[in-house]
Design a protein around this ligand. Structure first.
Ligand code: AMP
Ligand code: ZN
Length: 471
């Protein structure tokens, strides 16, 4: 089977065929973070999903060019810069660094290009100029430049490609200056916002006076600059479908006047939200965890990644700390099996046809069906454990199984558990237990074992000495 992906544009699962005539290169853009605060793990669900998509495309042999922008100028950022009495660059660079550190802790592959909006002002202005020249954008009495939905539709273009819009009911033609607006209105949105005193030092010159770009136009300009006027894949969280992505299409297709059959983006993918007690995890509801919150509770980035990868990207997923503890236990089970294979395997084996790879690929080809992929992995774990216990695996078979798992893990991106994840207090207890055992003080060694258990760790005695693992 070939790779099939759901396309929000056609509302159907389609065979993924890149624009590249050789069928090899894929341009992929994912709307990146707005760097005004720590990202929460809901945001990271979307970025881990983008990482998974990229990794699976690479696993399938595509050469992916992955672009993820950094939104470093928009309403919320300007508000914070004003409140903190700092500069735009100082404020955003701090949050950008924090974001990228979390991104790395979650073991995401770094995008090839990370463009910042503030470094693309000429490209943004040039795109707006094209819209003005075509009569689709206009400067209003407030000095800002707006995108006219009516004029755009008048050019024969369709506004409402990603979502079905009821123009009668949706208060067409209202005008909005803010970046995020009421989804019940089909509004003319700001492309260039005229400078106001509250903007402080955040402004650039333009043919329409000093000001700054709107959020939507930033993504059109940056994606076109780095991936070309038409590219393969555009990703984001489901809340970006409308208006942000609809507006990106309108701006790009309005400015570039594509010939029939050509489009800005071929394939749109949106991930469902991470929920908390049934509600979207968000800053505004205050129901969020940052990665740091979870690291402080003793979880690792790898465990959080595993949890975020446990559900299909199009199904909503409820976050709980119990769920995260469950993820830790499943991951430990997987690690244990892989660890035993590693001990048994002889020389590394070249990847070859293996039942695990066949089942994994079949599942992931079906719109990245990760639930089915995990089903196949844990069936393999059960079967491998059975064979290991029955001494039925030869060393070359163990090496082949390990090679298959390593291929699968290029997509999951979990890697091995890091030894430094064992806290120092736990290591000290392991040493105390070992000393007690050597002194044949088994009462004491049992007490220490119970202390370890209370901390959530268990010791196993192996020929190579004691090995500690999470319960
Ligand atoms: P922002 O930094 O607010 O621009 O958001 C970055 C990304 O996170 C966007 O693609 C959003 O759609 C996505 N996002 C925001 N909240 C959630 C959530 N609760 N679950 C999944 N993705 C989210
Ligand atoms: Zn965007």
């Amino acid at each position: 089977m070939a790779l099939q992906l759901f396309n929000t544009l056609t509302r159907s699962v389609e065979r993924f065929v890149p624009l590249d005539s050789a069928g090899k290169r894929v341009g992929m853009y994912c709307c990146g973070p707005t760097v005004h605060d720590f990202a929460h793990i809901g945001n990271f669900r979307t970025f881990v999903f983008a990482d998974l998509t990229r990794r699976y495309l690479e696993f399938r042999g595509f050469a992916v060019l992955h672009v993820m922008n950094i939104t470093d100028v928009e309403d919320k950022i300007i508000k914070r810069v004003r409140e903190r009495q700092t500069t735009l660059r100082e404020f955003t660079s701090k949050h950008e660094t924090e974001f990228l550190a979390d991104f790395e802790s979650l073991q995401c592959r770094r995008p090839h290009i990370l463009p910042r909006a503030t470094e693309h002002i000429p490209e943004i202005i040039s795109l707006i100029e094209k819209l003005v020249a075509r009569g689709i954008a206009y400067q209003a009495a407030d000095g800002s430049v707006y995108f006219s939905i009516t004029k755009y539709r008048g050019c024969g273009c369709c506004y409402g490609q990603l979502v079905n819009l009821d123009f009668e009911a949706m208060r067409v033609g209202e005008r909005v200056a803010c970046d995020e607006y009421d989804k019940e209105a089909v509004a003319d949105f700001a492309l260039w916002k005229r400078r106001v005193p509250e903007d402080g030092a955040v402004f650039w010159p333009s043919p329409w006076g000093e000001g700054r770009p709107g959020w939507h136009i930033e993504c059109s300009a940056m994606s076109i600059k780095h991936l070309g006027e038409s590219f393969d894949l555009h990703l984001g969280g489901e809340d970006l479908t409308f208006p942000h992505h609809e507006d990106e299409i309108a701006q790009s297709e309005g400015a570039l006047n594509y010939p029939p059959g050509r489009r800005f983006v071929k394939h749109w993918m949106h991930s469902s939200h991470l929920l908390v007690e049934g509600k979207k995890m968000s800053k505004s509801l205050g129901n969020f965890f940052t990665l740091r919150d979870l690291l402080a509770k003793g979880f690792s980035g790898r465990e959080v990644r595993y949890l975020l990868l446990s559900a299909h990207y199009r199904s909503q997923f409820n976050f709980t700390l119990d769920g995260l503890a469950g993820a830790r236990a499943s991951l430990a089970r997987l690690d244990e099996c892989v660890g035993k294979l590693r001990e048994l395997a002889d020389a590394p084996s070249a990847p070859q046809e293996h039942d695990l790879l066949v089942a994994f690929t079949k599942a992931m080809d079906d719109d990245l069906n990760i639930s089915a992929a995990w089903g196949a992995v844990f069936e393999w774990v059960t079967e491998t454990n059975r064979k290991l216990a029955a001494n039925e695996l030869t060393r070359p078979q163990a090496a082949a199984a390990l090679a298959a798992w390593n291929r699968v893990d290029e997509v999951f991106g979990l890697g091995g558990p890091k030894s430094e994840e064992v806290p120092a207090a736990v290591l000290a207890l392991v040493e105390q237990r070992q000393a007690a055992r050597q002194a044949k003080d088994f009462k004491r060694s049992d007490v220490v074992r119970d202390q370890l258990k209370a901390l959530g760790w268990i010791v196993e005695d192996t020929p190579k000495g004691p090995r500690v693992k999470r319960i």
